[in-house]
Design a protein around this ligand. Structure first.
Ligand code: NAI
Ligand code: OAA
Length: 346
């Protein structure tokens, strides 16, 4: 019952198409002990993400932290008859306990967009939240893999890197901006247009996580389909504007939460599989990178026992994609620099 439910909820890894339960087949009983902490667990993303992490048999301890509201979420989720033990922590004084011993920390803490706002408009509030949470991570679980969801990801990941550098704990292999929702969207939109089975689709999405910095590489999408240039352009634009599509539809009640929880659960699962030694776990993520001249960049990443095992290159690009790549660089660089400057000055 549990396995079939999991399979139907989270069927495929987003880039590799690997099945949810590890290919080496760790049954829940034999999988290593793994603690996952969700920071912002009482929020719109945090709650469904906590549910999905409770359904993941690779998790043995699930730690749910927020400034308030987590005892209720934790009590609720803890009644689900799956492997992990659940604990809720609320308020800054409990943050250390929430983080102690975590293998993976997922951060969806912070304010979401309203119509008319860009992700960068969230910077003033979310930069400080991310900085204080990362300061605590450096202290209580410096070896954890950090999955950054809080926006603007293009700046919050560089902020986290600076905080860890200051604390002397930075390891570029362990810091990830979660861009999986861009991949999830690209797959869905491509499958609809190409009329192929969505469960079979793979599409890398590179760059960053805001507007034109999101660059889906539909020329590398599989299964192959004969789409016109106009169709590729429309798919690219829809993927880039996917977040705004949801923000507008929610009309002031926030941004993507359910699809983000799904995407966040897929990415965290990939991190856990990598830690557990499952081979060939590949997902797109915004990481420290040499793929372009920019210090951080999203591309396919191979995950392993220490986090990032290999940052994969871009592969062959069409002229349209090359143009998109050049066009995104100034905006992405400026968001990265804004994050670094904030962390150095505050
Ligand atoms: N990377 C991505 O693809 C996506 C990122 N996001 C971002 O995720 C963030 C969260 O979005 P929602 O869950 O919809 O917002 P929300 O407002 O529903 O939930 C945020 C939660 O964070 C908590 N929080 C605030 N300060 C905190 C702190 N210092 N420590 C711990 N928790 C704290 C709040 O109490 C709240 O429960 C936003 O910044 C949003 O833009 C949203 C969708 C996709
Ligand atoms: O658009 C937003 O503000 C939330 C987000 O990052 C997304 O849905 O991709």
């Amino acid at each position: 019952m549990r396995t079939s439910m999991l399979k139907s909820i989270v069927r495929r890894s987003s880039t590799t198409g690997a099945s949810y339960v590890s290919r080496r087949g760790f049954a829940s009983e034999s999988a290593p002990e793994r603690k996952v902490a969700v920071l912002g667990a009482a929020g719109g993303i945090g709650q469904p993400l906590s549910l999905l992490m409770k359904l993941n048999p690779l998790v043995s301890r699930l730690s749910l932290y927020d400034i308030a509201g987590t005892p209720g979420v934790a009590a609720d989720v803890s009644h689900i008859n799956t492997r992990s033990e659940v604990a809720g922590f609320a308020g800054e004084e409990q943050l250390g306990q929430a983080l102690e011993g975590a293998d993976v920390v997922i951060i969806p803490a912070g304010v979401p967009r309203k119509p008319g706002m860009t992700r960068d408009d969230l910077f003033n509030i979310n930069a400080g939240i991310v900085k204080s949470l990362c300061t605590a991570i450096a202290k209580y679980c410096p070896n954890a893999l950090v999955n950054m969801i809080s926006n603007p990801v293009n700046s919050t990941v560089p902020i986290a890197a600076e905080v860890f550098k200051k604390a002397g704990t930075y390891d570029e292999k362990r810091l990830f901006g979660v861009t999986t929702l861009d991949v999830v969207r690209a797959k869905t939109f491509y499958a609809g247009k190409a009329k192929v089975n969505v469960a079979e689709v793979n599409v890398p999405v590179v760059g960053g996580h805001a507007g034109i910095t999101i660059l889906p590489l539909f020329s590398q999408a599989t299964p192959k389909a004969n789409l016109s240039d106009e169709e590729i352009e429309a798919l690219t634009k829809r993927t880039q504007d996917g977040g705004t599509e949801v923000v507008e539809a929610k009309a002031g009640k926030g941004s993507a939460t359910l699809s983000m929880a799904y995407a966040g659960a897929i990415f965290a699962d990939a991190c856990l599989k990598g830690l557990n030694g499952v081979p060939d776990v590949v997902e797109c993520s915004f990481v420290q990178s040499n793929v372009t001249e920019l210090p951080f960049f999203a591309s396919k990443v191979r995950l392993g026992k220490n986090g990032v095992e290999e940052v994969l290159g871009l592969g062959a690009l069409t002229d349209y994609e090359k143009k998109g790549l050049e066009a995104l660089k100034p905006e992405l660089l400026s968001s990265i620099e804004k994050g670094i400057k904030f962390a150095r000055e505050n």
